[in-house]
Write a protein that binds this ligand. Structure first.
Ligand SMILES: [Zn+2]
Length: 448
């Protein structure tokens, strides 16, 4: 009896041990919890959010049948229905599972439209993200309207247009702030940026270049390189951020400062900017950038003081214009150590169009009419700045600012005739809602 009993016990012990091993294996397997696809004009990024650090191998199949990249995640389970993952970029057409060679592995196949050399790497947890396996597929992935042709000689000619680089804040995987009714900051910033660009490009003495022209994410490095590529004279980054409470309202204009902001809201914005920089998952970009950081910094510091001063002058004028169409959160330019404004050596401002966290402002920021007013204010402000603080060699530097104080009996059409311009041009430049003017009103007169 004793013998049998001990045998039974042994059998139980063995069973329990097998259970132990099974549990241990299950616990150590990582899971794929989310798959995100982010196309940008020159790259498709696929991010696998995984529950733990994951090893992988991959190979490409480009000879027969559809072109494929096959990735084996070692000891991994998938919890995502890959059919629901939208993979319709110009480069990537499908993400599907396949049978792995080794038990316990998970195999994913990416179907692509052409041969690419994928870069696949892991990222450690950072900010709101956990472990990730990132697949970068270089190549045109997003249809973007052709870049407006900027014709320039090596030595820029006299009377050239002022080049303004307009940066629509956030984009793609980074929505920016989200309003109480669900409006994404990235959508508002792009809409206003495009309206501003259209106004600038309609002005023969100015030229606009957008950092992004549709909904994709950009690293700070990419935004800075857009400025260099365009040889921008001025950089304006457009935002509509939130605050922790719904009360604050009004626009503000920020300039780069060496010190951290003195206000609570300013510090919150600085932190938010830092966070969105992390959201860009830009670690690989930093590694690829082979510039000597010390050299770059020394060169930039020399140009920076001038740029900071010029940014402040522009900010004052922009605030005056914005004050005509919206409430101002702060009537003076605000200084903050924003990452997006630093390290570019180009005069720059960051405009907060209003608080998307305020329900009333959120509705306004979504409306085309209000977006148009804001864009008009920014356009008039920039133009005035480049006339008042001219840049050598630009056409606007030769223009004098003309102001006219309306006298009794004058009308817009009479003024247009007198100054050899059009009623429309005066209305646009002064952000007028209609053609009525009053005695004593000061008008800017367009000069061409
Ligand atoms: Zn923002």
């Amino acid at each position: 009896m004793i013998k049998i009993k001990s045998l039974v016990t042994l059998k139980y012990v063995a069973l329990i041990c097998i259970a132990c091993i099974a549990t241990a294996t299950a616990a150590s397997a990582a899971t794929i919890d989310k798959v995100r696809v982010w196309p940008s004009p020159d790259n498709t990024r696929v991010v696998f959010d995984v529950s733990a650090e994951t090893k992988f191998t991959y190979f490409t199949l480009y000879e027969n049948g559809p072109k494929r990249i096959v990735i084996d995640f070692q000891n991994t389970r998938n919890t995502v229905d890959l059919n629901t993952v939208e993979a319709n970029t110009l480069l990537l057409t499908k993400i599907r599972p396949s049978s792995p060679k080794a038990a316990g592995d998970y195999r994913v196949v990416l179907e692509v439209t052409k041969r690419v050399s994928p870069e696949i790497y892991t990222l450690a947890p950072n900010g709101p993200y956990g472990h990730r396996v990132v697949v970068d597929l270089p190549g045109e992935s997003l249809e973007v309207a052709a870049e407006p042709q900027i014709i320039r000689t090596a030595e820029r000619s006299e009377n050239r247009p002022v080049v303004v680089v307009i940066d629509a804040g956030h984009g793609g995987q980074d929505p920016g702030s989200i309003g109480p009714a669900g409006t994404y900051e990235k959508i508002v910033t792009l809409a206003v940026a495009k309206r501003l660009a259209a106004k600038i490009n309609a002005d023969p003495n100015m030229e606009a270049v957008l950092t992004r022209r549709s909904d994709y994410s950009m690293s700070l490095g990419q935004r800075a390189s857009a400025i260099r590529k365009a040889r921008g004279d001025f950089f304006i980054s457009i935002h509509a951020d939130a605050f922790t409470s719904p009360q604050p309202r009004g626009a503000s204009v920020w300039v780069l400062s060496r010190r951290r902001s003195e206000t609570e809201y300013g510090r919150a914005l600085e932190d938010k900017e830092r966070l969105s920089e992390e959201l860009y998952e830009l670690e690989p970009t930093l590694h690829q950038n082979g510039n000597d950081p010390h050299l770059v910094r020394a060169l930039l510091d020399m140009r920076r003081d001038d740029s900071m001063q010029d940014g402040s002058l522009a900010a004052e004028i922009l605030l005056a214009e914005l004050g005509r169409v919206t409430t101002l959160h702060r009537p003076k330019p605000q200084g903050a150590s924003f990452a997006v404004l630093s390290n570019i050596g180009t005069p720059s401002v960051l405009v907060e169009l209003g608080f998307i966290s305020n329900p009333h402002k959120e509705r306004l920021l979504k409306s085309a009419a209000h977006q148009e007013k804001l864009a008009n204010a920014l356009y008039s402000g920039l133009r005035t700045h480049f006339i008042r603080h001219p840049i050598d060699g630009t056409a606007l530097a030769n223009l004098k600012e003309q102001r006219h104080v309306v006298q009794r009996g004058e009308s817009l059409s009479r003024l247009a005739e007198r100054y050899n311009t059009t009623v429309d041009a005066i209305v646009r430049l002064n952000n007028l809602n209609n053609t009525r003017i009053r005695i004593g009103q000061e008008l800017q007169i367009p000069t061409t």
